[in-house]
Design a binder for this molecule. Structure first.
Ligand code: TRP
Length: 336
């Protein structure tokens, strides 16, 4: 008699910077396969974006571009729910409630908070600190089974799990326990100029990144000046420990072409980096070309995009409001 419930998956990306090759080869690349199997919710986390100061016009533009780029990458809005976080007011509301169930000590231990407060010493605001409670709300509103995130967000999902345990412990089974979902094949793409750091979408002016919409000439330039390594053998060999720059380029090339590391080593055997770096650039240009064309076409159709995000918000709100109603009742708020 069990009703067959499709498993639910949810994830978000902050529109705080342009999507990069790292966003694409990491999480985004895998999302389209998931919409076939799961009931998926993907959103632009604009509420989260303002924990760091944003230029309002840029934030608006990026939010819309990100939506167009999601669709261009294969997230068919007919098959999954795409929405903008601030359009579904239940996120902010549940975020507040969960703030009262997240402990100061827990929030203080979040490595992202520590990193970001070091980077934004002049703007260590309350939102930066309580960011994980809002993220827990994003997740728990939809009762998902899985939350696909990068390594750097795992700690936040763990915190959401602690909140579930605490909350359900007091009020009964209100929230489903979510699992972080780290794709096995998901590549972690590092900066092209600093292979010790993740390729970031927020660090403007970072010379080590390639965005999804960069011109082919820019992409080629970035790859030509990518850091390789300073050893004398100068050969294309996968050694993450000693040759992190080369390993990063090989990961990108492998993801773009489907070739294995072995095949790549053979292909560039005895050729040094002079041939390899532009080859990676060209492979990336070719991989991104159809996505860029599609994203531009969609971006030009504002009416279509509006239709997508309105319908998405409506679908999301239907589910989110059910959860929030239950929470309000459980904690003892008098119904209006
Ligand atoms: N914090 C995530 C990031 O910085 C974005 C995010 C916000 C998110 N809410 C979420 C991811 C909920 C997964 C689920 O990348």
């Amino acid at each position: 008699m069990e009703n067959e419930r499709k498993k639910v998956m949810l994830s978000g990306i902050k529109p705080s910077g342009d999507l990069t090759l790292g966003s694409y080869l990491g999480p985004l690349h895998h999302w389209p396969e998931m919409i076939e199997e799961y009931d998926c919710y993907y959103f632009m986390a604009d509420l989260h974006a303002i924990t760091v100061r944003q230029n309002p016009a840029d934030l608006r533009r990026r939010t819309l571009e990100q939506l167009a780029q999601y669709i261009a990458c294969g997230l068919d809005p007919e098959k999954c729910t795409l929405f903008i976080q601030s359009h579904v007011h239940q996120h902010a509301e549940l975020g507040w409630v969960l703030n009262c169930y997240a402990m100061f000590g827990e929030l203080s231990r979040m490595t992202q908070f520590k990193d970001k407060s070091a980077k934004n010493a002049d703007n260590i605001n309350g939102g930066l600190f309580t960011y994980p409670s809002l993220m827990a709300a994003d997740i728990l509103l939809y009762q998902p089974d899985f939350v696909p995130v990068g390594e750097d967000q795992k700690q936040h999902v763990e915190l959401a799990r602690n909140i579930v345990q605490r909350f359900n412990g007091v009020y009964g089974e209100v929230f489903r326990m979510p699992e972080p979902y780290i794709p096995k094949v998901g590549a972690r793409i590092m900066s092209l100029t600093n292979p010790a750091a993740k390729m970031s979408k927020s660090d403007n002016g970072d010379t080590g990144r390639v965005t999804l919409m960069d011109d082919p000439s820019v992409i080629m330039k970035q790859f030509k000046r990518a850091i390789t390594d300073s050893d004398t053998e100068r050969c294309v060999r996968y050694d993450k420990e000693n040759k992190p720059g080369v390993a990063n380029l090989m990961t990108i090339y492998s993801s773009a072409t489907g070739k294995s590391f072995d095949e790549i080593e053979k292909e560039f055997d005895g050729q040094g980096y002079g041939k390899f770096k532009p080859a990676v650039g060209e492979a990336v240009v070719e991989m991104l070309r159809p996505i860029q064309e599609e994203a531009k076409r969609i971006m030009a159709d504002k009416a279509y995009l509006e239709g997508v995000y309105r319908a998405g918000a409506e679908k999301a709100e239907y589910i989110a409001s059910k959860t929030l109603r239950k929470v309000y009742k459980k904690v003892g708020f008098l119904p209006r």
